[in-house]
Structure formats: structure tokens, C-alpha cells
Design a protein around this ligand. Structure first.
Ligand code: HEM
Length: 456
């Protein structure tokens, strides 16, 4: 039976009843797509090949010596949960359209990729998403990147050791164009956070039965069909069994100092006092720092971070339509747009991102998010989100404004915020808050099946 990408029932990956095609899919799929792999420490390498035979040999060698399958990863997670057995590091490979060309695939063949955004490459799609000109990107991203190699684990030592081996094995003809280092950050409750101090990575489309089972599902259904992230790998030996995923990588620098000033200015202008001042930032993100959705509660709640909510009935009196999580997932529609986010923070700092220290003590640059996400269509998922939702001032309701966190492009309309949580009265129209995130470069990749990589 062919792999059913449309099935709404989450995948019971360890069921004895699993059909042969789905089993083969799991044995040939890279990890970190269906389910996030631990990558508290992460090394991201950007490579250029320059020689077809060398490039192929290099990727094949990484695939056969260092890469595990999605199934192996899921078995490791199960063993860890049952007995605390430590898993092995994650190694992932993505290839850009230029990379496929450099591995010997003709222009004609590369057209087999249905996704125009992938075939164009990120440098040719800046107009669509209002990205900065390529000349303003960091140098490595201005160059022609052929492959990205991700190495992740819970501890730095194994990542560093693997990085050394993989860089050391680069053929003479190839170049390491540049690299990034990601490091997870956690708040005192142990939840992963981003540099503005907010819990991140909580809301995800889930594809596996064991993950879905753990979630309450009274309001929001976290189960998604595989078609949200998987596509047949066109160059694999058997595309009906071998799958891959389109991968977007963007380096997003965060001006934390400016964002913290904006939070304070907004709290002042809304006359928020005491603990209610935290609502200013929550109106921008859509969640309080501890992850409590602002549409559900007027103050941080503590405890487990809820994802069981919708915005139904909230006409902007609790969460503005511009709130980052409302822009990027309206919840009552657009489920097919949701990607699997697998980002990681970069840059180190000595202050505590979650506390109330003065904005002047915060970093104004050099820290941010390595935004990464898996898509079955970059055109109708990542790019659509950024172009038609995030950067669209009229999305859902006229006068909504840009996403205050990641919106790009000229901010024209004036916006309002709810003065008291849950009450319809809105503030006087304000200029939109300034942009505090700068895109420093990136690329679109395809994460092919292991069957393809091993056969190179
Ligand atoms: C530095 C840049 C970014 C920061 C600081 C940031 C921050 C956050 C935070 C704090 C959350 C809430 C945690 C959660 O619900 O999991 C979140 C959720 C989310 N973000 Fe971002 N984000 C960034 C970039 C992006 C980009 C570039 C996109 C896509 C264009 C994006 C899409 C989403 C989506 C889809 C969600 C989940 C919404 C939901 O399902 O409720 N984010 N982000």
C-alpha cells in the first residue's frame, strides 16, 4: 500500500500492522523531520562542492557513516524514555538547487522538484518576502551554497568531535563556506526560550501517534497529515517509498535591547502597572514569556505551557490579530500552511533573557535565531506565511499591521492594542513598533532520502 500522506490519523510508527511502504519510508527518511531531534548544541556547516565525483563521494560517506534513519531516531527516543538510554547525535544533509546541479543533475532534472521557490533559491525570492538586498547579507550567504550539514546533540563534545571529522573529510575540491553554532537556552522552568526571553518551539504540527497522545485536544487538534512536510524524493531509487522535505534556513538577528525598550514603551502608553506590564510583550508575541497564551489569560500562568487553544471569539480584545503566533497560525483556518519548526538560538550572552533587567543591559545584536523549518511546499508554507500573513498589514482584518516580531517591509498603517484584557476598548492609533529582527541571509534546501544519499 503506498504511503498515505493525506491520512489525518497520526502515524503509529511502531505498530506491527505498519505496511511495508511506510516502514521503508521511515528507514529512508532523515531524522528531525517527523519529530524534532535534540539539538541543544548544533553545528551548521555550509559547503560548496566544485567536483561532481568528489561531492557525491563526500555526501555518500557522511550518509553511510554518520547518519541514522527517522526510525532509528524514534527507537532511540523510546529507549531514552523507558530506560534513560542515551541516543546518538543527529546528522542531517540538505542540498540546494545549485547543489543538485553541481552533483551532476541537469536543469531539466532539477525541474522534477515541484517547488518553484526551491528551484529559484532564496536570493531570487527577496522581493516576495521583503528581504534585505543580498549585498547586505553576511558574506557566506551571498555565495553559492550547495549543501548544509546539521550536527546536533544534547552535549557539545559529541557535536564538536563529529564536526571535526566531517570538516576534515571535505575533499580538496570542496569548500567550507561558513558555519553557525546554535545553543539552546532555557528559562528556570526548563522550557526552551528564544532571545527575547519567550518560550519557543511549543506549538508544532505533530505527525506521530505517541506525540499526539500526550496532548490535550479539547480546542486545538495538534495532529497533522504527513503531506504537511513530506514529498516524494524525485531522485531516489523508489519515490513511492523514499521521501524528503524542503528545508528553509534563515539567520535572523535579534536586537534584544530595542525589543525590550519597545515592550516598556508599549506598557507605558497602555498605562499598564505592576505585573500587568508583562502584557505589553504578550500582545506582540501572543504568549507571555512563560508561554501562557494571551488569548486564554490576562497574566502569566506558570505551569505547563498550553497549546490547547484557539482565537475563536477573540476579536482582538485579548490577542491582537497582529500577535506573532496569531499571524503565523490563525488556528481556525490555514492548517495546510503550518511547517515543522526546528530552529535554534545562536550567540551567547551573560544576562538572563527572562528577567526584568534594564533594556540597556541587553545585547543589541550578534544574537538571534537560526530559523529552520520543514515544508512540503516552500511556496505555500514558509513563503506564504512571510508574504501573505506576516508582512500583510490587512491580514484577517484591515489595519492589523505587520507581525511586530518578524514582519518585513514598510510599516504604514497605524494600529491599536486592547487597553484592558478582554475588554473591547482599544488604545488610540499608534505607529507600529519598529522592526527588531534583521535577516542576515539563508537558503532553501531539500533534505533528501537516505536511499538517495547512500546511492550517490
Ligand atoms: C527571531 C525570529 C523569531 C522569534 C523570536 C520567534 C518567536 C516565537 C515565539 C516566542 C513563539 C511562541 C512559541 C510557540 O508557540 O511555539 C513562536 C511561534 C511560532 N513562530 Fe516564531 N519566531 C521567530 C521567527 C519566525 C518565523 C521566521 C516564522 C515563519 C515565517 C515563525 C513562525 C512561527 C509559528 C508558525 C509559530 C507557532 C504558532 C502557533 O502554532 O501557535 N517564527 N515564535
Amino acid at each position: 500500500m503506498p504511503v498515505n500522506l493525506q491520512n489525518d490519523r497520526p502515524l503509529a510508527w511502531d505498530s506491527a500492522a505498519l505496511d511495508a511502504d511506510t516502514k521503508a519510508m521511515l528507514d529512508n527518511l532523515q531524522p528531525n523531520i517527523l519529530r524534532a531531534h535534540v539539538r541543544e548544541h548544533l553545528s551548521v556547516l555550509f559547503v560548496r562542492f566544485n567536483d561532481v565525483a568528489d561531492g557525491k563521494r563526500y555526501l555518500r560517506q557522511i550518509a553511510t557513516t554518520h547518519m541514522k534513519s527517522a526510525r532509528k531516531h524514534l527507537e532511540e527516543v523510546r529507549a531514552f524514555n523507558a530506560h534513560g538510554t542515551k541516543g546518538t547525535p543527529y546528522v542531517g544533509i540538505g542540498i540546494s538547487k545549485a547543489g543538485y546541479r553541481d552533483l551532476g543533475h541537469t536543469v531539466e532534472q532539477v525541474r522534477k522538484f515541484g517547488d518553484k521557490v526551491f528551484r529559484d533559491g532564496m536570493k531570487n525570492r527577496i522581493a516576495e518576502v521583503d528581504d534585505p538586498a543580498v549585498t547586505e547579507w553576511e558574506r557566506v550567504y551571498q555565495r553559492e551554497i550547495h549543501a548544509v550539514i546539521l550536527i546536533g546533540d544534547a552535549v557539545p563534545e559529541s557535536v564538536e568531535a563529529l564536526r571535526e571529522q566531517i570538516v576534515g573529510d571535505l575533499p580538496e575540491s570542496a569548500r567550507l563556506l561558513g558555519e553557525e553554532t546554535g545553543q539552546g537556552m532555557r528559562n528556570p522552568a526548563g522550557d526552551g526560550i528564544e532571545h527575547f526571553g519567550y518560550v519557543d518551539g511549543r506549538s508544532q504540527p505533530l505527525f506521530l501517534a505517541d506525540e499526539v497522545e500526550k496532548e490535550p485536544k479539547r480546542h486545538w487538534d495538534p495532529a497533522f497529515p504527513l503531506e504537511n512536510i513530506l514529498v516524494a524524493d524525485p531522485f531516489s531509487p523508489n519515490p513511492s517509498r523514499h521521501f524528503g522535505s524542503y528545508f528553509v534556513f534563515r539567520k535572523l538577528e535579534q536586537n534584544v535591547r530595542a525589543f525590550k525598550e519597545i515592550e516598556q514603551d508599549l506598557a507605558d502608553s497602555l498605562d499598564l502597572d505592576g505585573s500587568d506590564r508583562d502584557r505589553a510583550g504578550a500582545l506582540l508575541i501572543g504568549r507571555f514569556k512563560d508561554g501562557t497564551p494571551v488569548t486564554s489569560k490576562g497574566a502569566a500562568a506558570g505551569g505547563p505551557v498550553s497549546n490547547d487553544f484557539t482565537f475563536d471569539g477573540d476579536e482582538g480584545a485579548k490577542c491582537p490579530f497582529s500577535g506573532h503566533i496569531r499571524k503565523t497560525n490563525p488556528r481556525s483556518f490555514g492548517r495546510e500552511v503550518l511547517m515543522a519548526r526546528r530552529g535554534q538560538t545562536y550567540g551567547t550572552r551573560s544576562d538572563q533573557p527572562w528577567d526584568d533587567a534594564a533594556p540597556s543591559t541587553r545585547p543589541a545584536g550578534e544574537v538571534g535565531l537560526l530559523f529552520m523549518a520543514f515544508n512540503s511546499s516552500l511556496l505555500s508554507q514558509f513563503e506564504f506565511t512571510q508574504q501573505s500573513w506576516v508582512n500583510n498589514e490587512g491580514f484577517q482584518v484591515e489595519g492589523t499591521g505587520h507581525d511586530p516580531v518578524i514582519g518585513q517591509g514598510k510599516r504604514v498603517v497605524k494600529v491599536t492594542f486592547p487597553k484592558v484584557w478582554g475588554k473591547p476598548e482599544q488604545s488610540a492609533p499608534h505607529a507600529q513598533v519598529a522592526q527588531t529582527i534583521t535577516m542576515k541571509g539563508g537558503e532553501y534546501f531539500f533534505m533528501p532520502s537516505l536511499a538517495y544519499l547512500r546511492g550517490l
